[in-house]
Structure formats: structure tokens, C-alpha cells
Write a protein that binds this ligand. Structure first.
Ligand SMILES: [Zn+2]
Length: 435
């Protein structure tokens, strides 16, 4: 990873929010609750950590512009870098939401004096996952919190945050970088060739944080796969990814860790799989007139592989569960098993959703091209030739209807409608339409 410090000077592309926070620190006008509003992965967490470090640091330094920043060397700074500061707590969803028990726990800690740092800091990510009761509990905490506690809420959709919580927060807005800004950063910070930077960013599906993480060990392979090879490779990489996850799970030895790990599955990435998915989607959109039987066979194989990968991942937690059966009531074990199952199921359905998102991004680029937009607006700049061909062959209206079809399919998928039927339908529509 690029970010081995928590200094503001290492924050990329978020100078405005960084300046707002540093100025409030320098002027001693620190708000008790901040709401960082901006899309996921644009750097809100990096800024939250930089700000926490500045607040906790024992001896802040001045940067070359005379701005205060954390020293990066004191105990507080080091602990924040390694995510182990006792007075900087991260609150993330337990399951699908942030529950009232989590906020009650936070409430108990918030009244205590910080143990190491100057503040008790709580980072809530994402604030949209607070439900009605945990939002109300949080509001009460904010109203009663002692002066040494500070709250940072991260949200991409402020409309989903309780208005009373919103009105108590100082809102700090984050920019969404343009495709070109990210590609420039990849080129400049990682010395990547323009094509490699474009390919790396495109593989991250426009996710800035992921692109940065990937840039470190990116190897550019311009080879174009045929659809069959792309399909086989995608299935193979899915299995490899499941194996990688299994390795990661082998270190788990408590029930709590098991549940956390299972829910973290959603954020794990594996570059060869991203690459394989991209190649597969590219082959699919470029290939018209697929054989009639293709969509069903193709979809079945994908669904089977995903199902067996999820089962494999689930199974790797079995030894730990068996061990826990000796010391926990069966109702607890049952609940944990259910949670692990739903997390791995979610991981599986996410794989199909990601395929659809990847297809949608290619069509969106083609639609932009068909509307004579500038090339720099393309997400998949590494596939420029393909995009131009696609725009010419399919035209604006058809491309738009394909995007709508994919949006609808994603919605169906999220409602747990038969994934095989949805996938088969998508492949039929985009691949074999003329049959
Ligand atoms: Zn420090």
C-alpha cells in the first residue's frame, strides 16, 4: 500500500476537505461531530485517520507550507497507523446494519477519559447503516457527549442519515475525482505507463481506493482472450480466490472473528479475478451471435462455480465452529452459522452483480462515445478501440436500453430472485440477440 503514514500531506485529491479540517484544528474551532460526505473510496477514511492522528499526536509538526500535521512518530501516531489506537474506534455494521447495542457500547466509552490520546474518537462507517433505533441512540450520545469525545460519520448518501443527526454535524464535502485525475495519479505516483494506468483503473471499476491498492503490484498483460478462454479463466480465478479466502480464514479461532471475517468477504479483492472478469465482459460485449445454447451453459457453469466456492469458504470455518460447540450454547452456534451462511451467500451474489456492473461500465463508455463525449471521460480507456467499435455497431439507443436492462437485473438480483435465470437472460440479450 502507498499509505504508510497518516499525514495530511499523503492524502491524494482531497485537499479541500483536508484544509477545512486542518484550519479548524489550527483555529481551535473543532466541532464535536463531523459528517464526511462523499462517495465510497474517494479517501474519506484516509482523511478521517489523518485528522484523528493530528488530534491525538503528542507533537504535531509543520509541513513545508507551514501547515500543522501529525508527527508520524509518537506512540499515538504509530498506533493510528496500525489501527490499534485505544482512543480511535471504528464502528462498522454488524451484519447488515449498525445495531443499537453497538451505539450503547460507544456511549459507555464516550464518557470515559481517553487512555492514551487527547480525545475519544469514534469513526462511524457508513452512517447510512445506522437504523432508526441506533440513530436515535447516537443522537442522544451526541447531545450528552463530554467535550473530549469526537465523532466522525462517513456517508455517501446524506439523505439516508437521520436529519436530527445531520443537523448536529459539521458537514465536510469530499470531491469525486474524474477518471483522468485518477489515471494521472497512477502514472505520476507509481510511474505507470499511460496504458497500464488506464488498464489498472478500469479494472478497479472506477474505484479510486482499489486502483491505488492495485497499482503497487500491477502487471500489464495486453493479451486479448477469446470468449471461451476468458470464461475458463474467470471460473479458474474464482476458485483461486475462494482458496485464498480459505487460507485467510485458517487463522480464525473465535466465533467473533469468524463472523467478522465472513462479513469482510465483501471488501476483499483479488486482482487476477478482476482481470479475468474484465476480459470476460469485454469478450461478451464484443461478440454478437453466440450459439443458442451458450447463455444457459455459460450461466450454469458460473453459478455452479460460485456456489461451490461459497460452500468451500463456509466449510473452512467448520473446525472452529466444531471447537466452539463445546463451550457455547447451541442457539449461539446456530445464530453464528446463519450469519456466516448469509455473508457467504452475499459474497456469491456479489460476484454476479460485479459481472453486471462491469458490463454496464463498458456499455456506459460506449454510450458516451456514441454521444461524442471526450475520451478522457471513458472509464475503460484501456479498451478504447473496443468501445469505439461498440458505439458504432450498437448506437446510443440500444446501448442505453442495455444499461437499463442491466440495472433492472441488478435490482432483481438484490431481491434474491433466481440468479441463474437473471444471468442467462442477460447473456441471451447481449450475446445472442439475433438468433
Ligand atoms: Zn505524533
Amino acid at each position: 500500500m502507498l499509505r504508510k503514514t497518516n499525514n495530511f500531506s499523503d492524502i491524494l485529491l482531497q485537499e479541500n476537505p483536508s484544509d477545512v479540517l486542518r484550519r479548524s484544528f489550527e483555529g481551535g474551532r473543532i466541532a464535536q461531530t463531523y459528517l464526511f460526505a462523499g462517495k465510497a473510496s474517494v479517501g474519506r477514511m484516509a482523511v478521517a485517520k489523518a485528522f484523528s492522528a493530528l488530534l491525538q499526536c503528542k507533537s504535531p509538526i509543520k509541513d513545508e507550507n507551514g501547515r500543522l500535521d501529525s508527527c508520524g512518530k509518537c506512540e499515538d501516531c504509530k498506533r493510528i497507523i496500525s489501527n490499534s489506537h485505544p482512543d480511535v474506534k471504528l464502528i462498522t455494521p454488524n451484519g447488515n446494519e449498525i445495531k443499537i447495542e453497538q451505539i450503547r457500547e460507544l456511549q459507555d466509552i464516550a464518557i470515559l477519559k481517553p487512555t492514551l490520546g487527547n480525545w475519544q474518537i469514534f469513526i462511524i462507517d457508513p452512517a447510512e447503516k445506522l437504523n432508526q433505533s441506533s440513530s436515535n441512540a447516537l443522537l442522544k450520545t451526541l447531545e450528552e457527549a463530554p467535550a473530549h469525545s469526537l465523532f466522525i460519520l462517513l456517508a455517501s448518501d446524506t439523505g439516508a442519515v437521520l436529519p436530527t443527526v445531520l443537523s448536529r454535524s459539521e458537514i465536510v464535502r469530499f470531491n469525486s475525482p474524474s477518471h483522468q485525475q485518477v489515471r494521472d495519479i497512477l502514472q505520476n505516483k507509481f510511474n505507470m505507463e499511460p496504458e497500464a494506468a488506464a488498464a489498472c483503473y478500469a479494472l478497479s471499476e472506477g474505484n479510486f481506493g482499489q486502483a491505488l491498492a492495485m497499482a503497487e503490484d500491477y502487471e500489464y498483460d495486453p493479451e486479448v482472450f477469446t470468449i471461451k478462454r476468458a470464461h475458463t479463466n474467470y471460473l479458474l480465478q474464482l476458485q483461486m480466490f475462494a482458496q485464498l479466502i480459505e487460507n485467510d480464514f485458517s487463522s480464525v479461532n473465535t466465533l467473533e472473528q469468524a463472523v467478522n471475517k465472513a462479513w469482510q468477504l465483501q471488501t476483499m479483492t483479488y486482482q487476477p479475478l478482476l482481470e479475468a472478469r474484465k476480459q470476460l465482459c469485454r469478450s461478451l460485449v464484443m461478440n454478437t451471435g453466440l450459439p443458442k445454447a451458450f447463455p444457459l451453459m455459460f450461466s450454469q457453469e458460473i453459478i455452479n462455480t460460485i456456489d461451490s466456492a461459497s460452500a468451500f469458504i463456509r466449510k473452512s470455518l467448520d473446525p472452529m465452529l466444531a471447537e466452539s460447540k463445546k463451550s457455547y450454547p447451541s442457539a449461539v452456534i446456530k445464530d453464528i452459522e446463519t450469519q456466516i451462511s448469509s455473508a457467504t451467500d452475499k459474497w456469491g451474489s456479489d460476484q454476479i452483480e460485479k459481472l453486471f456492473v462491469c458490463l454496464m461500465n463498458l456499455y456506459t463508455d460506449a454510450m458516451l462515445m456514441a454521444a461524442n463525449a471526450e475520451e478522457t471521460l471513458l472509464l475503460n480507456l484501456d479498451r478504447k478501440e473496443d468501445i469505439i467499435t461498440l458505439a458504432r455497431v450498437e448506437g446510443f439507443a440500444l446501448l442505453r436500453s442495455r444499461i437499463e436492462m442491466l440495472e433492472k437485473s441488478i435490482n432483481l438480483l438484490r431481491r434474491y430472485i433466481q440468479p441463474l435465470l437473471i444471468l442467462e437472460n442477460v447473456i441471451t440479450q447481449i450475446g445472442g440477440a439475433e438468433a
